[in-house]
Ligand binder design. Structure first.
Ligand code: P71
Length: 458
């Protein structure tokens, strides 16, 4: 079969409004050619993010009705804790309202201005939270992980030599934690191999440095290990996950991804003293340690989501659906980041629109064109998101990669939606010469892509 049949049927539907070209034109102009400013009602297929956009199962919705909203000791916390302990194997479980809050709590305790945090590639919020403590984030992904056309099967791996060198030159005392993002979102949703995790763990243990996983998409990573790494083909996802986490001292988690929920996260760790410090801070900023900024019903939904996400039929569909979209595009010659990642397909805008210079935001131009053409919302990951002005010369500096991310929400769209997306993009690719560059007319001093305003260059 060349398509991944859905391992679920549909019990509740959420109607989508189809807009016409003139309506979309008015909406995108009003949004300043920035898809973050679009009303979601004006979108047909929304691929802005896979975070917090999952469809919950009937079992999760049923769990919401069993929410125990006691301030302390809610039974849902017990279920939440049991489910995470069972799957992740860590001793102390601390709920948070989402992933970045887990990052903020951990780094508030561990970091100061002298500290350095290595990661394969820091996700934006992780990097921002390291910087917020005055510490320095360092990305140590293997070189292949930065080449959009390289087909390495574990492009999320960390370069062990770079890690050893950094520990030697900075000294282990300046590195309170080494992080590893699974899958590596900023590198294209690429997996990390079990062997690489084991080796990083060996290095960090030898230097007495903590090792934490950014576990947002752990189940997708485990599926790739099962598929691609020798010795794991006959193991269950649960077994693979258990082994993966056994090499780490803890993790941060945004349950908005592989927790299959719309809000929530947690921190998990083995160190009781660190957990105590984090819990005290949690009480100050998030809430009591048995709810951490979430309702009892949210904890229940996460407990059940974590059981469902390791189901192999689900993961085969999930990874298969993303791959199905990528394969339809590849067949038509549309330039993509290789190989296809776990949660998203990335269009290579530089190759898609070679006639638009980086100073005219080719990836943003493609994102806007895709909305105008088909009502599909993607997100730019290129010179609008990462470009910056040189502090001394005022000159614009551009990132290496110029991508458009099509992030696929979990269990939300059917394969027919994917076909619609693919055909729309292929059509746009045939007409690519008609797409023009953009000019920036407003930018905020930081994280400008969220609020930027642009106009068409004629
Ligand atoms: C994604 C997101 C969501 C997002 C966040 C910020 C700007 C735009 C979109 C969130 C992640 C992530 C990783 C690896 C931590 C977080 C933060 N990703 N680590 O890809 O991918 O989690 O949103 O629950 O705070 O669209 P949080």
């Amino acid at each position: 079969m060349d398509f991944p049949a859905e391992p679920f049927r549909i019990k509740v539907v959420e109607p989508l409004k189809k807009t016409n070209r003139a309506e979309r034109e008015a909406l995108i102009l009003r949004a300043g050619l920035n898809v973050f400013n679009l009303p979601a009602d004006g979108i047909y297929v929304d691929l802005l993010t896979d975070s917090g956009t999952s469809a919950m199962s009937d079992n999760q919705w049923a769990g919401l009705m069993l929410g125990d909203e006691s301030y302390a000791g809610s039974r849902n916390y017990q279920n939440f804790e049991n489910s995470i302990k069972e799957l992740f194997g860590f001793k102390h479980i601390i709920p948070t309202h989402q992933g970045r809050s887990a990052e903020h709590l951990l780094f508030s305790i561990l970091l100061d201005q002298k500290k350095i945090v290595p990661n394969n590639i820091h996700f934006d919020t992780t990097r921002a939270n390291v910087l917020h403590q005055g510490a320095k984030p360092v990305d140590l992904v293997i070189d292949e992980g930065l080449d959009p056309n390289h087909s390495h099967l574990f492009k999320g791996n960390m370069d062990l030599e770079k890690l050893e060198d950094l520990i030697t030159s900075a000294g282990p005392d300046r590195i309170p934690v080494v992080m590893m993002t699974v899958t590596n979102n900023s590198g294209g949703g690429q997996p990390v191999s079990m062997e690489n995790i084991r080796q990083v763990s060996e290095i960090t243990r030898r230097h007495n440095i903590r090792f934490f996983l950014d576990a947002c998409r752990f189940a997708e990573n485990c599926y790739f290990i099962k598929e691609r790494e020798e010795g794991y083909g006959s193991k269950s996802i649960r077994e693979i996950a258990k082994e993966l986490f056994s090499y780490a001292d803890g993790c941060t988690m945004s349950a908005k991804k592989d927790g299959l929920v719309n809000i929530g996260g947690f921190l998990a760790m083995n160190d009781a003293s660190l957990a105590g410090d984090v819990s005290n801070l949690l009480i100050l900023v998030e809430g009591f340690p048995t709810y951490g900024g979430l309702a009892g019903r949210d904890l229940e939904a996460i407990a059940r989501g974590l059981e469902e996400v390791v189901d192999e039929d689900y993961l085969a569909f999930r990874i298969g659906q993303v791959r199905y979209l990528a394969d339809l595009l590849k067949k038509a010659g549309v330039p993509l980041l290789q190989p296809t990642g776990g949660h998203a397909v990335y269009l290579n805008a530089r190759e898609f629109l070679p006639h638009i210079p980086q100073s005219q935001f080719p990836a943003q131009a493609l994102t806007v064109a895709l909305y105008r053409h088909a009502g599909i919302r993607a997100v730019e990951v290129g010179s609008l998101m990462f470009g910056e002005k040189d502090k001394d010369t005022g000159e614009e500096r551009y990132p290496e990669l110029e991508m458009v991310r099509l992030a696929i929400p979990r269990r939300v769209y059917t394969s027919m939606h994917m076909k619609y997306v693919a055909e729309s993009i292929v059509h746009l690719y045939q007409e690519r010469k008609s797409i023009k560059g953009l000019r920036l007319i407003y930018e905020a001093p930081i994280l400008r892509h969220f609020t930027a305003k642009l106009e068409d260059i004629d």
